[in-house]
Design a protein around this ligand. Structure first.
Ligand SMILES: Nc1ncnc2c1ncn2[C@@H]1O[C@H](COP(=O)(O)OP(=O)(O)OP(=O)(O)O)[C@@H](O)[C@H]1O
Ligand code: SF4
Ligand SMILES: [Mg+2]
Length: 366
């Protein structure tokens, strides 16, 4: 196999050939293997010494399938944005692999990386700060064409930007306006248009609607769903809000302190969660139906999230888990179908990183 880490013509050609190959719907387009990101903790101003590491992402594996939306949820600081940046090559991985159509993008650089980056784009959380206030929307949306002029040769750019404005439901005549002349929802549409400019296959959305009003959130989510169908996009959708994630996702991964606690289809996670952390998260979501509300058990998590610089031994959730036993302090639970559910035809038979995984009725989020 060619060494794709070097930035020579052969490498670029090999990467281009690999990523131009079509992937069937339902086949993995991204494969994340044991991904690790440790940020060094330093002391001293002049002579900096490394005294430890923030284990922001600590051995995560998952797949994103062509045409699907994978939701990622978890408390603040659990490593969601760091995963997003690693997938975008905006951070350098400490270890592990991110395979995009079989190419490990953590090993690519120069032109080869540029070729891949075109196909994996990002939509950011805050439409207020992620758009440069001194640039017109035309320049903001068209900026990616400076790096990839082959997508919109000079002369065709204005038309291409206007088409993108139209696609995201904005008036193409707004091309010369500035971000402050738009509402929050409209600004996020501009962010989405910029994300679409290079015809990507994968879009990583890091809390794309968290800064928006609830009514506007629904419009932006609907737009994203329509665009997914129209352009055959695969999404990674990071959010705090479990109902929004359920609404848009085909599968959902639950992160805790740099690890994946549980991953499965939306029904498996929301109706048959087997990991105590997922169960606790779901039990905290308000349920509109009074009858369902009366029958459900609320799980209150005690204690703070431990520091990622010094995570607990064994299972990272054990300091807050009501089911923790001795084994949980010594043995790291692997993300896999729990032994008791292996070969069983049940929605509980999905990947869960708990030694004592079992189904608990916490009432799924509608
Ligand atoms: N550049 C950095 N240097 C040092 N530590 C960092 C850096 N970036 C993130 N971290 C730490 O890594 C951990 C994970 O951060 P991250 O931003 O990925 O969390 P998150 O799940 O996206 O949180 P939120 O929901 O608040 O956005 C946190 O403890 C954070 O302080
Ligand atoms: S492995 Fe133990 S501590 Fe971790 S979630 Fe399961 S029961 Fe709780
Ligand atoms: Mg974040």
């Amino acid at each position: 196999m060619a060494d794709l880490s070097k930035d020579d013509e052969t490498t670029v050609e090999a990467v281009e050939a690999a990523i131009n190959a079509p992937v069937d719907r339902g086949e993995p387009i991204l494969q994340v293997r044991n991904l690790v990101k440790h940020f060094p903790l330093t002391q001293g101003i002049v002579f900096k010494r490394t005294v430890g590491a923030v284990k922001a992402v600590d051995g995560i594996s998952f797949e994103l399938y062509q045409g699907e939306t994978l939701g990622i949820v978890g408390e603040s600081g659990c490593g969601k944005s760091t995963v997003a940046k690693l997938l975008m090559s905006l951070e350098t991985a400490t270890a592990g692999e991110v395979l995009y159509k079989g190419q490990d993008i953590t090993k690519l650089s120069g032109k080869a990386l540029k070729v891949v980056r075109r196909n994996i784009q990002m939509v950011f959380q805050d439409p207020y700060t992620s758009l440069n206030p001194r640039m017109t929307v035309g320049d903001i949306i068209g900026e990616p064409f400076d790096i990839h002029p082959e997508v919109a040769p000079k002369g065709s750019r204005r038309k291409k930007v206007q088409d993108l404005l139209d696609v995201v439901g904005l008036n193409p005549e707004y091309i010369n306006r500035y971000p402050h002349q738009f509402s929050g929802g409209q600004r996020q549409r501009i962010g989405i248009a910029r994300g679409l400019a290079l015809n990507p296959e994968v879009i990583i959305c890091d809390e794309p609607v968290s800064a928006l009003d609830v009514s506007v959130q629904a419009q932006v989510i609907n737009l994203m769903e329509n665009l997914q169908d129209e352009f055959n996009l695969s999404y990674i959708f990071i959010a705090h809000d479990l109902s929004i994630v359920r609404h848009i996702s085909d599968r959902v991964g639950v992160m805790y302190l740099g690890k994946m606690a549980e991953i499965g289809s939306d029904a498996e996670i929301y109706e048959y969660p087997t990991h105590p952390y997922t169960q606790a998260l779901l039990s905290a979501v308000p349920v509109p139906d009074p009858e369902a509300r009366a029958h459900r058990e609320r799980i209150i998590l005690t204690g703070d999230v431990p520091s990622p610089a010094n995570p607990p031994s064994g299972c990272r959730f054990r300091t807050r888990c009501w089911k923790a036993q001795d084994k949980c302090a010594t043995d790291v639970p692997l993300l896999a179908i729990p032994e008791r559910f292996k070969g069983v035809d049940s929605p509980a038979a999905h990947d869960s990183a708990c030694h004592f995984a079992e189904v608990k009725d916490v009432v799924g989020v509608a």
